[in-house]
Design a protein around this ligand. Structure first.
Ligand code: ADP
Length: 234
């Protein structure tokens, strides 16, 4: 069974249908890139995967993981970049989903946070203020935070936006390494070159239709020609 499977998923705002009858699946170990024009419904789909938006029709099913076990890295806003907390506080807040109403973090949660800071090479930054870090360092911190919420699946919404090319490459290599460590990745991106380089599967959304398949199927499809025509914009 797939970790996540959607069948004929339809999502709307009031009377406006944004996504119609979308079916795709994500299996353990996959690296799925979601690409598409602005307004094609990528953010709306992310909300539905996070159970923040109810389908008007169709289903999203989870198997072998709980809905709340998604490690989510949201798109960054300028306000978030200025968040007043230390690196270790931001990272450990990824454990909040599983913490329930306990007022303090457990030893186990502190250990998970420390392990993920080590994994992403940010242990030496742990006492630093998050707002004083570079964009690339902040994204590492947020990735460590997302990993505190999951051992299974990362959902990344444009994780390299605003980063310079060298840091962007480092970030992609890091995500690829985590994927090879058996963490499934779903990434919303405008970066077709990176999607073609790293993804195992592609979900390509336009206002009219959707393509879902392996990367080789995508390359051979009309959807790839459409995207090459400049439909992907930042
Ligand atoms: P993308 O992430 O691909 O740019 P979105 O999911 O943000 O696309 O938007 C898809 C469509 O839904 C757009 O037409 C957008 O205007 C509309 N939309 C997005 N959020 C809302 C909302 N909260 N209320 C009403 N319409 C929305």
């Amino acid at each position: 069974m797939a970790l996540i499977k959607t069948e004929n998923l339809t999502l709307s705002y009031e009377n406006m249908t944004v996504i119609k009858e979308l079916s795709f699946e994500v299996n353990a170990g996959d690296y799925l890139c979601i690409v598409g024009e602005n307004g094609s419904g990528k953010s709306t789909l992310v909300k539905a995967l996070l159970s923040l938006k109810k389908p008007v029709d169709g289903t999203i099913t989870f198997d072998g993981m709980l809905r709340r076990e998604i490690g989510y890295l949201p798109q960054q806003t300028n306000a978030q970049r200025d968040f007043p907390a230390s690196v270790s506080e931001v990272v450990i807040s990824g454990c909040l989903n599983s913490r329930g109403i306990r007022p303090f973090y457990s030893l186990r949660e502190r250990r998970i946070a420390a392990e993920n800071m080590e994994r992403l090479g940010i242990t030496e930054l742990k006492k630093r203020s998050y707002r004083e870090l570079s964009g690339g360092q902040q994204q590492r911190v947020l990735l460590a935070r997302a990993l505190c919420a999951t051992k299974k699946l990362l959902l990344l919404d444009e994780p390299v936006s605003g980063l310079d090319p060298m840091v962007t490459t480092e970030m992609y290599e890091l995500i690829s390494r985590i994927n090879k460590e058996n963490v499934t990745v779903i990434m919303v991106t405008h970066d077709m070159t990176a999607a073609l380089k790293y993804a195992s599967h592609m979900l390509c959304m336009t206002e009219e239709s959707h393509f879902f398949g392996t990367i080789d199927e995508f390359i051979a499809s009309d959807a790839a020609d459409f995207m090459k025509g400049g439909a992907v914009r930042g």
